[in-house]
Design a protein around this ligand. Sequence first.
Ligand code: HEC
Length: 255
Amino acid sequence: MTDERTSLDPDREDIVLTQGDTDQPLLDHNYDGIQEYDNPMPAWWTWLFVATVVWAGAYVILIETGFIPKYEQSLAAGLAEIHERQSAAAASLIDVDQAFLAALSGDAERIADGQAVYNRVCVACHAAGGAGGIGAALNDSDWIHGGTLADIYHITDVGVPAQAMPAWGNVLSQDEMINVTLYIETFGGVITPPAEDAPADAADAATEDAPPATGDGPQGGPEGGDGADPQADPDSDDAEEADEAEPPEEESAEG
Ligand code: HEC
């Protein structure tokens, strides 16, 4: 008996499909000797495809009418949120000055926390008890950058980049820097500023303003001074404080 063999190209004996293998009808076309069954995509697949086409149309309409934010809009909104958070973070920083630190002096809880911070990040360079090593000694009254609480806090915050003293302001929280300053005070070298906080800050500013010692070249300008006069320029104090206390600009809601 004859097979139900089907070949649309009677000359080609090689590629022949047998209808008996499946219920599906063999389509009556033939591409270079290749035949195929009528095997449609499943309905769910077809409808998924239709849905994507419908959604593409809907998407164009929604994005053009503003129901879906465009890329630039989401980006601008994201940036605005970042700025808002940054301003909020900056506004929450307190203004740490000599009086503030002096008021906390001796707070056992803060000192204990400061000790933990010191042993974690400072001890490698400044040694136990502030004896000094890679970093300057912190336990005597010889200070390079001023030895008041405010000076120590300030140097801890901004560091001395040229001298391998890291700036900890971005690493430690404000509280941790306050606490480590109070802990350093227990080493015994901290200086109490003579009156108010003006001279201490002025000395600090003077040290910062001094040009780096190069070891050669003529010293000093026309004044002939060495720039270390702690009375110099009381204004710098105000300027510095104003700088730090300046509230961040509010992002206005226009536009
Ligand atoms: C990588 C080493 C290193 C680490 C870590 C380090 N310091 Fe320093 N620190 C230095 C060096 C070096 C100096 C000296 C800077 C100079 O010569 O001007 C210094 C100076 C200081 C001074 C100024 C001393 C003075 O005589 O005026 C203070 C205050 C200070 N460090 C506090 C800290 C605190 C607090 C920590 C931990 C939070 C810390 N340092 C961690 C290297 C370090």
